[in-house]
Design a protein around this ligand. Structure first.
Ligand SMILES: Cc1cc2nc3c(=O)[nH]c(=O)nc-3n(C[C@H](O)[C@H](O)[C@H](O)COP(=O)(O)OP(=O)(O)OC[C@H]3O[C@@H](n4cnc5c(N)ncnc54)[C@H](O)[C@@H]3O)c2cc1C
Length: 448
């Protein structure tokens, strides 16, 4: 895809980038397995007539050796719902509508993540070698003579036992929706504020594998992001700040708001004990000066109190419970940076990522036109990234680092080799795809 888009890049350069971010430690084997599989899985999938991708410019998340100027990410091309036939009904609505409980036109083309899900479901179904069952939730693994040979699940008509011919690949997401597991593992944020869709990501696959002896790692980690607190008590994934400043409970700014979302999420985690955080903006921005998924409806936020509005900054400070002099000083300093076009404290607008969503601008816009707004910000996440430990072929390991025969895992069900780092766009899904591919290849090549 990069070659088609005339992007000059290499595996070596991607290796340099990942090494610079992650070090060259025990996760190196998994990093190498990913680097090896990534181009092959793309080529394999693109050989299928139902799967088409294209490269998309989106800067990686760190300035480090090996970073490419415009990123290494790609997206599936949209696909018409008619082409999917009955499979289209299996794909959930777009996340912004699904989350807000809004209706969705099922005949609309599928784009982005939905296009990937739809295309994969179509390609798989067309092989004629299996079927897709929804509403069938894994409850436990069946082990015979030390080998995982199938699963027990709760189906729409009651419990079912499903035998596996080659092995079981667990890819049932993370545990971000489980308040109990989050608390047990001290994952920052909360089950209410995660972006997981309703009814998913309760850690079932991890629990089932642990019950047969699987080892886990990284259990306190997630793909973090800033969340805009929403009137329903949840959060909206927020990125692409084109104005405004975020202050913590002391009224002070604490980070470059335009940082890649996982990095900003982690900055928020670090100050979460200082009291509620708020995005401060003014009337010029005409609504939230950022992208929120689902989008923010100002009237609803103001009615619910997740946003407050005031004619003066002093009044605003009183409403959000921060010292008025501290808020005034933060805004004044920020406005000074806006006038100069230089953020002397946190360097906002200096990195290509910061400028990606702002049309090339630095995103430093003076907050000086009342009425003023404060929108409550919270720590959110796109899913947990700790879970089952795997080897380079995605075999699930036990506490002695031995593969559990017949058991494989990929995606957020596993302990990501990226640990506390989100290197760049597409890493969650990309690593999930690469290890799922390796698992299936390993299963296929195992002697029966
Ligand atoms: C708004 C938003 C935007 C994002 N954008 C990107 C992006 O651009 N690129 C990127 O790489 N990542 C992105 N992410 C993150 C990415 O979507 C997730 O990290 C990724 O989907 C995780 O994949 P997974 O296969 O591990 O789990 P999931 O996608 O969570 O899939 C797990 C599946 O397992 C099912 N399941 C759960 N429990 C059971 C059970 N007991 N039995 C059977 N099935 C079960 C679930 O219903 C679900 O269908 C985004 C996330 C959000 C919220």
């Amino acid at each position: 895809m990069q070659r088609r888009a005339e992007i000059d890049d290499s595996t070596e350069s991607a290796r340099t980038y990942l090494k610079a971010l992650l070090g060259d430690d025990t996760a190196a084997e998994l990093r190498e397995a990913f680097l090896d599989a990534a181009p092959r899985v793309v080529e394999f999938l693109e050989n299928d007539p139902d799967i088409e991708f294209e490269w998309q410019a989106f800067p990686e998340y760190y300035e480090a050796p090996g970073r490419t100027a415009r990123g290494r990410s790609f997206v599936p091309l949209p696909i018409a719902a008619e082409r999917l036939g009955a499979l289209a009904a299996l794909v959930r609505p777009p996340v912004d509508r699904d989350r807000a409980g809004l209706s969705h036109d099922p005949s609309a083309p599928l784009a982005q993540g939905r296009a990937l899900i739809g295309r994969l479901a179509l390609a798989f179904t067309n092989t004629g070698r299996g079927d897709v069952r929804t509403g069938t939730a894994l409850t436990s693994l069946i082990v015979e003579d030390g080998r995982v040979v199938g699963v027990e699940a709760q189906g729409p008509d009651g419990p079912v036992r499903l035998r596996a011919r080659h092995g079981v690949l667990l890819a049932a997401g993370g545990f971000e929706s489980s308040a109990a597991l989050r608390a047990e593992r001290s994952v920052p944020g909360s089950a209410e504020r995660t972006m997981a869709p309703d009814g998913a990501a309760t850690g079932d696959a991890i629990t089932a594998a642990v019950a047969v002896g699987a080892a886990t790692g990284n259990l306190d980690q997630a793909w973090f992001c800033p969340g805009l607190a929403t009137p329903d008590g949840r959060a909206a994934f927020t990125l692409g700040f084109r104005g405004g400043l975020i202050v913590d409970g002391t009224g002070g700014r604490f980070a470059n708001e335009s940082l890649p979302y996982d990095r900003m999420g982690r900055e928020m985690v670090a100050v979460d004990d200082r009291g509620p955080m708020h995005l401060i903006f003014d009337s010029k921005s005409k609504g939230l000066p950022a992208i929120a998924v689902p989008p923010a409806v100002p009237e609803e936020h103001l009615a619910a109190g997740t946003w407050v509005k005031a004619d003066t900054l002093d009044e605003l400070a009183a409403k959000i419970g921060v010292p008025a002099d501290a808020l005034a000083a933060s805004v004044e300093r920020f406005n000074g940076f806006a006038a100069k076009g230089v953020d002397e404290d946190f360097h906002r607008g200096e990195d290509p990522y910061d400028r990606y969503f702002t049309g090339g601008g630095h995103g430093l816009v003076a907050v000086d036109e009342g009425p003023f707004y404060a929108a409550r910000m919270v720590v959110s996440d796109l899913g947990t990234k700790g879970g089952l430990r795997i080897d380079p072929d995605a075999r699930v390991l036990d506490a002695s680092d031995r593969p559990i025969p017949g058991l494989y895992a990929a995606g957020n069900t596993t302990a990501s080799f990226t640990g506390p780092v989100y290197p760049g766009p597409g890493v969650p899904i990309g690593t999930g795809m690469a290890f799922a591919y390796r698992a299936v290849q390993a299963m296929a090549s195992e002697e029966k």
